[in-house]
Design a protein around this ligand. Structure first.
Ligand code: NDP
Length: 314
């Protein structure tokens, strides 16, 4: 188990699952794999990221993806397009990248401007290069348990959550898991991954009746809601493992200038949860860093499959 620490305070007993340390270790392993692929097969995995428009959060994500791709020894291709880009222009860019042999992974940063149909763009990406795992072929392969050549590329955030869970708990078989949230990028694939690990899975959402009671049944509770600290301490089963995917910017304490400083919180009320849970991911420093590390892992997987080289274990 990497980077897990138990807090010393008497009233806070949960183990903190240190996603930041785990992700750093994973990136280190990926860099070693890339070195070997270059030396043994002359293969340098390449990741292309397409950014349409100038949304500040997306710019930050794209910058860190590019930086971490290069740090892992891979090639990074950044394509910035104006906010006025038409669907046809973006489809043309995707087609160009699908046909570029130096590009093994393609990620189109979401959200896209209103004039563009996101699903049409995602489904235009070659499924073999769909390192976000959002293409309908990869979603279907995940759902049907595809193996070998039919193995899916798995969405990065739920893949990162699964790695943390397996590192912390070992086998997940037979555990009761509740995923709060049913988005295509987090909630639904998370549920599929847990089902594939033989958990008994409930996917909860905004229409779920008595959500606190549903959550209290969970050995594994994954929160992917987008509502700051919605999941309270008394919603958690004593000893449960809690994975907080939420990233919510809220007003913090006033700074020296008297103005409130922004801070990040998750979907779980962490302090309360730490009194009940067995283990929990913090925000920031939990799931967040895992997402880009898993993107790099998916790029290596995609490059190996395209080159007919066996995929290294992580
Ligand atoms: P979406 O907005 O797409 O989905 C949110 C889900 O939460 C929906 O299924 C919705 O239900 C459900 N929900 C909303 N309100 C409630 C409620 N009151 N009770 C129960 N369920 C509710 O969000 P995402 O899946 O994209 O993201 C979820 C969170 O994860 C966000 O905070 C996001 O920032 C974060 N995130 C973090 C990542 C990381 O790298 N760590 C990556 C991706 C996301 P319904 O379907 O019924 O509307």
């Amino acid at each position: 188990m990497i980077g897990a620490t138990t807090l010393k305070e008497e009233d806070l007993s949960a183990t903190i699952i240190d996603g930041k340390a785990f992700a750093a270790n994973l990136r280190g392993k990926i860099a070693q794999q890339v070195e070997r692929l270059k030396a043994d097969h002359g293969l340098t995995p390449g990741l292309a990221v397409v950014l349409v428009g100038e949304t500040p959060a997306s710019q930050v994500y794209v910058r860190s993806k590019g930086k971490q791709t290069v740090e892992a020894g891979m090639q990074s291709f950044e394509h910035k397009m104006p906010a006025s880009t038409s669907q046809a222009e973006l489809l043309q860019k995707v087609d160009e990248l699908n046909n570029d042999p130096a590009v093994h992974g393609i990620l189109v940063q979401l959200p896209l401007p209103d004039q563009i149909d996101e699903q049409a763009i995602i489904n235009a990406i070659d499924p073999a290069k769909d390192v976000d795992g959002f293409h309908v072929i990869n979603a279907g392969r995940l759902m049907t348990g595809g193996k070998g050549e039919a193995a899916p590329l798995v969405p990065c955030t739920p893949l990162g959550c699964l790695m943390l869970l397996k590192d912390h708990l070992g086998s997940l078989s037979g555990k009761t898991a509740v995923v709060v949230g049913r988005s295509n990028i987090v909630g639904k694939p998370m549920g599929q991954l847990l089902l594939a690990e033989s958990c008994t899975v409930t996917t909860a959402h905004s229409r779920t009746q008595d959500l606190p009671a549903v959550c209290r049944g969970a050995d594994i509770l994954v929160a992917a809601v987008g509502r700051p600290e919605m999941i309270r301490g008394d919603w958690i089963k004593p000893g449960a493992t809690v994975i907080d995917v939420g990233i919510n910017r809220v007003e913090g304490e006033p700074g020296p200038d008297g103005k409130p400083k922004g801070k990040l919180v998750g979907d779980v009320a962490t302090q309360e949860a730490m009194e009940v849970a067995g283990a929990i991911t913090p925000v920031p420093g939990g799931v967040g860093p895992m997402t880009i590390a898993c993107l790099l892992a998916n790029t290596v997987t995609a490059a190996c499959r395209q080159a007919g080289v066996s995929v290294p274990e992580v």
